[in-house]
Design a binder for this molecule. Structure first.
Ligand code: PEP
Ligand code: MG
Length: 327
């Protein structure tokens, strides 16, 4: 079906009833950038900045961070790029970083991502400077990983704003506009979106971590990989709350985990109201084909009914729906 997906490259991701769905790609290194033009995606919905740190023998200096971010923005042109501040620590540990050698029993729930960055302010400040320099005169979209309480988001944003003001005071060029987002990947945050959305400009749902924490099931454990269903009512009802909170606040919400790149799972996400997906480049063709065959209003009505009926086998319903509509 590769040839069929290639033909879709220049066609928009629009449902038969006229809803335009945004498809972005996930990236992390320069080698990922050709994926933008190959897929004709709407932009980069998740740029994992920690990859540069993981492939370096020592902490990347500000100049080399800024160079990478400039190249990414250059390749994207007018398309938005959502940079994520470093998500290191836990299982993505850096041998050259001091103070993170503590053996963690549960690294996924450990001292990682924003938790680490807020205590290693130097790291976050340098990264902020590199991003602000690279995006000078352009729009900067920046999101923070593993936000658990709204104050962590506010604290991280304040670090970046402080750098922006300092650069401005030195007459250095800064971005035209900065949009700050939070990844929703720790379940606790989903219950404080009212507070978070007072200051956050957008949300990005990290389904990989979010589902791991909701099911209390390690995302990388082979025995658990297929144990729970990603389209179970537990997950979909939970995600629906997040999507509705963002919609009520008028703020964009995207998903950026693996779930959005699997056609049946993505169909479920469309059904609960999501319209923006950041996915692995190879998934853009299959997801676009699915979108272009899906009567969205009908799907949403059906999904609302399934989720309102206790014990519904959502996967079976989605499969039947796909069959009926030739999805
Ligand atoms: C996620 O958790 O869903 C996510 C996109 O981030 P990562 O996979 O890098 O943890
Ligand atoms: Mg994550």
């Amino acid at each position: 079906r590769q040839a069929e997906f290639a033909k879709l490259r220049d066609l928009p991701a629009i449902t038969p009833d006229g809803a335009r769905i945004s498809l972005f790609i996930n990236a992390g290194l320069l080698v990922d950038l050709p994926g933008l033009d190959l897929t004709n995606a709407d932009g980069i919905g998740l740029f994992r900045t920690e990859f540069q740190f993981m492939v370096s023998a020592k902490l990347p200096r500000r100049q080399s961070q800024a160079r990478l971010y400039s190249q990414v923005l250059e390749a994207a042109g007018d398309r938005p790029v959502v940079f994520r501040s470093v998500d290191i620590g836990g299982d993505k540990s850096l041998p050259y970083m001091k103070g993170v050698e503590i053996e963690e029993e549960n690294p996924a729930m450990g001292w990682r991502a924003l938790r680490l960055a807020l205590e290693r302010r130097g790291l976050l400040k340098v990264q902020a400077r590199a991003l602000l320099e690279a995006a000078a005169g352009k729009d900067l979209w920046l999101m923070f990983p593993m936000v658990t309480e709204p104050w962590e988001f506010d604290a991280a944003r304040a670090v970046v704003e402080e750098q922006r003001l300092a650069m401005g005071a030195r007459d250095e060029a800064t971005p035209r506009q900065i949009r700050y987002g939070a990844m929703v990947e720790v379940p606790a945050l989903a219950f404080q979106l009212d507070a978070l959305l007072r200051t956050a400009d957008f949300l990005s749902i990290g389904t990989n971590d979010l589902i791991q924490f909701l099911f209390a099931a390690d995302r990388s454990h082979p025995n658990l990989a297929d144990r729970y269903d990603w389209v179970s009512p537990s997950i979909l009802r939970f995600l629906r709350q997040i999507i509705e909170a963002a919609a009520a606040a008028g703020k964009p919400v995207t998903s950026c985990g693996e779930m959005g790149g699997r056609p049946l799972e993505c169909l479920a996400l469309l059904g609960i109201g999501l319209e923006r997906f950041s996915i692995t480049p190879a998934a853009v063709g299959p997801i676009k084909a699915m979108v272009r065959a899906t009567p969205l209003a009908e799907l949403r009505t059906a999904m609302a009914g399934w989720l309102a009926t206790p014990g519904t086998d959502i996967r079976a319903r989605l499969l039947a729906f796909s069959g009926q509509h030739g999805i």
